[in-house]
Design a protein around this ligand. Structure first.
Ligand SMILES: CC(C)(COP(=O)(O)OP(=O)(O)OC[C@H]1O[C@@H](n2cnc3c(N)ncnc32)[C@H](O)[C@@H]1OP(=O)(O)O)[C@@H](O)C(=O)NCCC(=O)NCCS
Length: 352
């Protein structure tokens, strides 16, 4: 099909009508079958709810490509965050349905996405490909994007987990970390804990970012609250454990998970970290074991605990490997300067 045969619509992410979201959901079924055939899909209603409750500091546009019959052939989801450290990036997810590939539609959508970045003054574009869908990597390389981070999706199968090991790590916690205790929080962070919770979230700035051209994010109570409220509004359940230094009451470590009602057989781990000054007391193991024990006790429907880790995060991977997490998928984050991609696209289009 000639490149000019496609029509591209642009929708502000918050203004997408339900009919469009239903069409996109149906189109995504083929991409889901290609990338994650063994995983359940989140129901459409959950997708819609998430979009209707986006945190105030997140926004974006969706570019939808239709063929001459009006059927969706591909799209590009472009998102940005009004958060210092990240507010120079356009996160771009270009997808073309399998039957429409290798006719230049991906390039066309990418070109339109560059225009979005230019319009908003975003100097960097980032996207992600999965190792089991090699077209994504080939496409990113074609336009000169560089590898920014390689991440692993690791999963713990609770049907096979070593419950004795979990119990031992929980029991060892106070012995290996005297002077610390754990605090459990379910749901909305109580106001009286919020300053300490926001402070401990900053430990995530010490997690490896590999080559990603982003900076530290100053996590404030407002940022934690807006993210948390957006997720609670869509019906997600949030659990967190914090490691507390008893002499000061300071929160020095955390781990948290999200439970989505639409996929009750799995929970997703968010952040896990321990402040550098408090490492070496096995607080990371204690936190991970405590939350695993609670999931086993209180969420019998859950089979999978799913987490994303940088491939270079030896400390985190070490704990996860011992607990029984195994790699289920590998993904690469790509990045390229917006102006470089603009010149590259010129060359690619010219070569066609
Ligand atoms: C990546 C994707 C969007 C490309 O869409 P497309 O419409 O096929 O892309 P184009 O036709 O514009 O391809 C542009 C160039 O990328 C490269 N390319 C794309 N797919 C490729 C593949 N499967 N193998 C090798 N090179 C590939 C080629 O150089 C191609 O130019 P050519 O066809 O003249 O050789 C599509 O394959 C897809 O949806 N993949 C799954 C989702 C994904 O991984 N997205 C990337 C997110 S960053």
């Amino acid at each position: 099909m000639a490149v000019s045969a496609w029509r591209i619509e642009q929708w502000p992410v918050r203004e997408q009508p339900e009919e469009l979201l239903a069409e996109l959901y149906a189109a995504r079924a083929l991409l889901h079958a290609e990338a994650t055939p063994d995983d359940p899909r989140l129901p459409l209603a959950d997708d819609i709810a998430a979009l209707r409750h986006l945190p105030g500091n997140e926004d974006g546009v969706v570019l939808v490509a239709r063929d001459p019959a009006g059927v969706i052939a591909g799209f590009s989801s472009c998102g940005w965050e009004d958060i210092p450290g990240l507010n120079h990036v356009l996160w771009t997810d270009v997808a073309v349905l399998p039957d429409a590939r290798r006719h230049g539609l991906g390039s066309l959508l990418l070109g339109e996405s560059v225009a979005v970045a230019e319009h908003r003054g975003l100097r960097l574009m980032m996207g992600r490909s999965r190792a089991n869908v090699p077209s994504g990597e080939a496409f990113c390389r074609r336009f000169g994007a560089e590898q920014a981070m390689v991440g692993r999706e690791n999963r713990l199968d609770l049907r096979a987990v070593d419950r004795d090991l979990v119990a031992r790590w929980v029991a060892d916690g106070p012995a290996r970390a005297p002077g610390y205790r754990l605090e459990f929080v379910a749901g909305r962070t109580p106001a009286e804990l919020m300053d300490r919770v926001a402070e401990v979230f900053n430990v995530m700035n010490t997690a490896p970012r590999e080559n990603m051209d982003i900076s530290d994010v100053a996590v404030t109570p407002e940022l934690v609250r807006s993210t948390e409220d957006a997720r609670l509004a869509v019906g997600d359940q949030l659990w967190a454990y914090y490691a507390v230094e008893q002499s000061t009451g300071r929160f020095v470590g955390l781990t948290n998970i999200t439970i989505r009602p639409g996929t009750p057989d799995r929970v997703h781990v968010g952040d896990t970290g321990v402040h550098a000054a408090h490492r070496g007391h096995a607080l990371g193991k204690w936190l991970k074991a405590a939350i695993t024990k609670r999931i086993l006790a209180e969420l019998p429907e859950v089979r999978w605990v799913i987490t994303w880790n940088a491939g270079s995060n030896d400390a985190m991977l070490g704990i996860n490997d011992q607990l029984g997490f195994r790699t289920a998928a590998v993904s690469t984050t790509w990045q390229i300067a917006t102006d470089r991609l603009r010149s590259g696209l010129g060359t690619a289009a010219g070569a066609r």
